[in-house]
Design a protein around this ligand. Structure first.
Ligand code: PSV
Ligand code: MN
Length: 408
């Protein structure tokens, strides 16, 4: 039987208002959510064991943006697209920005690639070879130029730097090289531009990684400048890490710069965000909402970083964005007053139940309402609406197989 969305929404709104939660405020915040999708997630990707090509994979940067625009069209909250240089190369970034605008999206964070060129075999900013360090700095400066042309405000940095064997490198010297290189790049940034520093405990380096965890990224950010912040990639933690705690800590320090959303079972699995540990995702959002309520979660870049090998790319991206909408909606309806009162009394049961009650709520009527107000086609189910649009079949016929290139 078809769901009665109006009625379901009315009932949920009444229930929330009993706990003092204004459903209008929740909808307004859901409509303002902004999730950036990555250009590299639309192209064919693989593992080191092989790449399976998919029919309809985009053949150019323009086509990646066309696909990304579909995700925005059916979710309403994915209006920007991150680019990775040189996986994405165009002759003129201002023209590309104009084309993105025509499609209804914009160019988001710019990600320099300082890990694939041969010169980076032993590292980029951490390399003992000054030529490698300087090539990396120059490339990052070039990316700042792309930000200007594309009107993008985030320079998003991840380094594959590290060593594979004990004794291979002087870890302290490499740290100093990082401070030097990052500071040089930071000097290029204008006052409304932010440097994001990502961390990762291992891979491709297996003995030590120069920026291995959030604490190291945080320390470097502090050395570099106020607008250098930490980027939390959900796949970049050792098993058992409490990511929501990291998020709360960084928010409180004013150094939470952004996210790379994805999900993991083992390591940097790059699976659909919310697919394996949806409760963890909700708990992270709960900290973000608490930060927003306290006025300290401004200018956080919410980005997806996934690399899918099995699902249709656009569909999985829609699924990911919907999972993020749903986690945000659940976090927005936590009864914060009841939670704070229970915490103050050390009433562990009631505090935990306040969190669980929100998590257990079916928030789809809220998402339906937010999308309806945004004028989204097929507001009740973006995935079905996208399938019904025929875009996937049309592009498969038009583009065929094997068009993608450039993604590692
Ligand atoms: C590295 O694993 C990473 O998370 C970085 O963000 C890179 O830019 C991205 O993946 C490349 O796929
Ligand atoms: Mn990442």
């Amino acid at each position: 039987m078809a769901r009665q969305w109006d009625e379901e929404y009315r009932l949920l709104a009444a229930r929330l208002s009993d706990s003092g939660i204004s459903v209008d405020a929740v909808i307004a915040r859901l409509k303002k959510q902004h999730i950036e999708t990555p250009s590299w997630a639309y192209a064919d990707a693989g593992t080191r064991f092989g790449t399976f090509q998919m029919a309809g994979a985009p053949r150019s940067v323009e086509e990646k943006f066309e696909d990304a625009a579909q995700v925005h069209k059916f979710t309403g909250v994915a209006p920007s697209v991150a680019v990775h240089i040189p996986w994405d190369v165009v002759p003129d970034w201002s023209k590309m920005a104009a084309y993105a605008k025509e499609l209804g999206v914009s160019i988001g964070s710019v990600n320099p690639n300082v890990f694939q060129d041969r010169i980076y075999q032993y590292g980029s900013l951490g390399n003992t070879n000054a030529a490698a360090r300087s090539q990396a700095v120059e490339h990052m400066k070039e990316c700042v130029g792309i930000m200007r042309a594309a009107n993008s405000k985030f320079l998003s940095l991840w380094f594959a730097d590290g060593t594979n064997f004990p004794g291979q490198g002087d870890m302290r010297q490499r740290k100093q090289f990082f401070i030097e290189g990052l500071s040089e790049v930071y000097k290029e940034l204008a006052s409304d531009e932010t440097m994001l520093i990502e961390y990762k405990p291992f891979e491709p380096a297996f003995y030590h990684t120069d920026i291995a965890d959030w604490g190291m990224a945080f320390a470097l950010a502090q050395r570099v400048g106020d607008r250098a912040k930490v980027l939390v990639d959900l796949g970049h933690h050792l098993p058992g890490s409490n990511i929501e705690h990291i998020v709360a800590f960084l928010l409180d320090e004013g150094r939470l710069g952004g996210f790379h959303f994805n999900n993991r079972k083992y390591a940097d699995d790059d699976l659909t965000v919310g697919s394996v540990q949806p409760y963890e995702l909700f708990l992270i959002y709960s900290e973000l909402v608490a930060g927003e309520n306290a006025g300290i979660a401004n200018n956080v870049a919410y980005m997806i970083d996934q690399s899918h090998t099995l699902k249709n790319k656009i569909e999985e991206m829609i699924q990911s964005v919907v999972n993020l909408q749903s986690s945000y909606a659940k976090a927005l309806i936590v009864d914060r007053a009841a939670l704070a009162a229970a915490q103050a009394k050390n009433d562990v049961i009631v505090a935990e139940e306040a969190i669980k009650a929100a998590y257990d709520t079916d928030v789809s009527p809220l998402l339906w309402r937010a999308r309806t107000e945004l004028g989204i086609p097929g507001a009740e189910n973006p995935l079905l609406a996208f399938r019904a649009s025929g875009y996937g079949d049309q592009k498969a016929a038009e583009r065929g197989f094997g068009g993608s290139k450039g993604v590692g």
